[in-house]
Write a protein that binds this ligand. Structure first.
Ligand SMILES: [Zn+2]
Length: 316
């Protein structure tokens, strides 16, 4: 049995093939082409699956898709995604038709949460919250050792928790104003970096932005050189993330929070701000012993999707 995990994000689509023991056999990534129709996009996914199938002709295949949006895990419908254009269609049925293999789809952060719980931490934390930090900001919940997807598969839309109610709150990809993602998603970070560079054109951050292509690593590089604006953006990042986290900690009382995704690499610059917000909580016990950890698993969205498809196939 080979399981293919596909992580469908706003910037990249990542593919991974694993065997039944979780060993990674293949991986690749393509840029998300948002100009395609839904059908052409699914055909693009199927083409890579078919290519890989040629190498493992005797094996059975299953496919798990983690989608950066509101995805109904029981019906396979992608309802809405702030950073990708394909909405209200049955992505599972379409890919099943193209490939002939059993398919499942869930919200990408839910898939990541399953991968982190099941594989990276070997089911150690039975009550776990996973936050994915990238173009979008997602959340996945493990409650009493089970992936909690909610009544309609919509649980975990962590990035769209409102953290700014002011009139000047920035607009989010979902259409609302003042969502967490509008501050700490990569688009929000880019906006803050460009603004800071305009105000301080001679700063390290401004020079890096001029000489290099935009990346979040650039923000960390500027912070490592003690650029004041870069450090302030990371501090702000930790502050807003912690505001949303503290509300969810009060609600769920998890044992651990795991931060995953490319932007989590800036943890040493934003972690102190999280600790500060947590230390000021009035109800102290849920925050006292909570572990805030960083996922080290590469491409956890694709990996978790592949593991999820295996677990679903085994339950059949
Ligand atoms: Zn939003």
């Amino acid at each position: 049995m080979i399981s293919i995990g596909i992580d469908i994000g706003g910037t990249f689509i990542k593919f991974m093939a694993i065997d039944a023991q979780g060993k990674v056999l293949k991986r690749t990534a393509i840029v998300t082409d948002t100009t395609l129709s839904a059908q052409a996009f699914v055909k693009q996914l199927a083409a890579i699956v078919k290519e890989w199938q040629k190498e493992f002709k005797k094996e059975k295949f299953v496919i798990g898709m983690g989608v950066a949006g509101d995805t109904d895990n029981t019906k396979g419908i992608l309802h809405f995604a702030p950073n990708i254009p394909w909405h209200n269609f049955n992505i599972v049925d379409m890919l099943k038709k193209e490939t002939g293999f059993p398919c499942w789809a869930c919200n990408d952060a839910n898939m990541a949460a399953w991968g982190i719980y099941d594989y990276e931490f070997k089911r150690k934390y039975k009550n776990l919250m996973v936050i994915t930090l990238g173009t979008g900001v997602g959340g996945g919940l493990i409650i009493e050792g089970k992936l909690y997807q909610g009544f309609s598969g919509s649980a975990g839309e962590f990035g769209h928790i409102k953290v700014d109610y002011s009139k000047t709150a920035p607009k989010c990809g979902c259409g609302h104003k003042g969502c967490l993602e509008a501050y700490i998603g990569t688009k929000g970070l880019k906006r803050q970096m460009l603004k800071a560079a305009k105000k301080a054109p001679k700063s390290v951050l401004a020079k890096l932005l001029k000489s290099e292509e935009f990346s979040i690593k650039l923000l960390s590089d500027a912070a490592s050189k003690k650029d004041k604006n870069a450090l302030a953006i990371w501090r702000n990042f930790g502050h807003y993330l912690a505001l949303a986290l503290s509300d969810t900690v009060l609600l769920f009382n998890p044992e651990a929070i795991v931060l995953a995704g490319g932007v989590s690499k800036g943890y040493k610059y934003f972690m102190p701000a999280i600790e500060e917000v947590f230390s000021k909580q009035v109800i102290k016990r849920p925050f006292k012993d909570i572990k805030v950890l960083i996922s080290k698993q590469k491409d956890i969205g694709a990996f978790g999707s592949a593991l999820y498809a295996l677990s679903q196939q085994n339950e059949r």
